[in-house]
Design a protein around this ligand. Structure first.
Ligand SMILES: Cc1ncc(COP(=O)(O)O)c(C=O)c1O
Length: 388
């Protein structure tokens, strides 16, 4: 019996996963942690009260999501400066599922979508699961990691259905500039591509930065967000898609999305009933995260200031930091294994995100500050030795 090509042929663990499998959990500092529920943030005790309301007993599904819940998301986005009415919002169980609905809406097997490279590998997996192909466009290794627009313009094929941006990008932490957004929207307009904007980290801008809003109603657009990042509650399973576009396309698009969502009806009732109340916690959570992320980032910058061959890339938002080790012959995957085995600290190799040149490490800035400070000290000491 054969399996479909939606899952990879080779499922064997990579060398880093093998090393991790041999180590006892708790025997190393994990600076890859991206699950906010494990990072010591304070969640109010009564936060989940709304999940227990008597209405939870009645099941009245709406493929787009309960109207009150959509109104709550609409209000939340309006407070952030993004106007979208509840009838242009679709709720999903996760951002990954949101992508999958959009892929099912737009792509036939073997069609392609433009994806940023380097970037979070989730997109490749999601595309593969829907029998679609990633068509990578480059982000240039320069300040702000700009899109290589000349390259991007040449890439779309006849079967390319959409362009995906992650804003701010994971892991570079850079927002698209207004000019880049305009150029990419023009590309979508000229080549009849949908614009899919993953904005899950946009609630965490560093001072002086943020999401640049551009009117997109000439282009069919999908903006994604959700509770896994905005509230640090991935276990609640609620995300959203804000949909906009030219009138003639939009109503057809909504009707088809309704059909897709109606087939799964995957968003649970309790979270939808509690959503308005849950979202009130967002400013508190986002403040805690931003304080942690900025404090950890300044520890990182300070620690590596004196090491000429180590560069901490500046960023504009999000949960991650990018460290480049500019030393000939050092490979990211080998370095990650050495750091794990010799120093007891775990970071992600740049190769995981498809950084092609040089040696990059990706650190999560969500880690508890004491762990982060100690982990960075161990990395510093190792790289300092390597230098000599
Ligand atoms: C850029 C980006 N988009 C989407 C997701 C998936 O989010 P969700 O947990 O809502 O599926 C992640 C997960 O970390 C992510 O980094």
């Amino acid at each position: 019996m054969g399996f479909s090509s939606r899952t990879p042929d080779d499922l064997s663990p990579n060398p880093i996963t093998e090393v991790l499998g041999r180590l006892k959990s708790g025997s190393f500092l994990d600076l890859t942690v991206s699950n906010p529920t494990q990072c010591g943030f304070e969640y109010p005790k009564d936060l989940f009260q709304g999940l227990n309301s008597p209405q939870v007993m009645s099941y009245e599904p709406d493929p787009f999501g309960n109207m009150m819940a959509r109104e709550a998301v609409s209000g939340y986005l309006r407070d952030k400066g993004h106007r979208v009415g509840p009838s242009n919002l679709l709720l999903t169980a996760s951002t990954s599922e949101a992508y999958s609905y959009i892929f099912k809406l737009l792509g036939n097997p073997e069609d392609s979508f433009l994806v940023p490279a380097p970037g979070y590998p989730l997109l490749d997996h999601l595309l593969q699961l829907d029998s679609l192909e990633p068509l990578p466009y480059s982000l240039r290794a320069e300040p702000n990691w700009p899109v290589d627009l000349n390259e991007a313009k040449k890439l779309p094929r006849a079967n390319t259905k959409g362009l995906i941006v992650v804003n701010p990008q994971n892991p570079t932490g850079c927002f698209l500039s207004p000019n880049e957004q305009t150029a990419l929207l023009n590309l979508c307009l000229n080549r009849q591509l949908a614009y899919i904007s993953d904005e899950v980290f946009s609630d965490f801008p560093y001072p002086g930065h943020g999401l640049a809003m551009n009117p997109t109603s000439e282009v069919l657009s999908f903006r994604l967000g959700g509770l896994s990042k905005s509230l640090g509650l991935p276990q609640l399973k609620l995300s959203w898609i804000a949909i906009d576009g030219p009138k003639n396309l939009l109503s057809d698009c909504l009707e088809r999305l309704e059909l897709i969502a109606d087939t799964y009806l995957s968003v649970n009732t309790p979270v939808q009933l509690a959503l308005e109340e849950l979202l009130r916690f967002a400013p508190n959570f986002q403040k805690q995260v931003l304080e942690r992320v900025l404090r950890n980032r300044s520890v990182l910058e300070e620690s590596f200031k004196a090491l000429a061959e180590v560069k901490v890339w500046p960023a504009q938002g999000g949960w991650y930091a990018l460290v480049e080790v500019q030393k000939k012959g050092v490979r990211d995957d080998e370095l990650v294994i050495q750091l794990l085995e010799k120093q007891g600290v775990f970071v992600q190799p740049g190769g995981f995100y498809d950084f092609q040149s040089s040696c990059f490490l990706v650190l999560s800035l969500l880690a508890k500050s004491a762990d982060f400070i100690e982990g960075v000290r161990r990395i510093h000491d190792f790289l300092n030795e390597l230098k000599n």
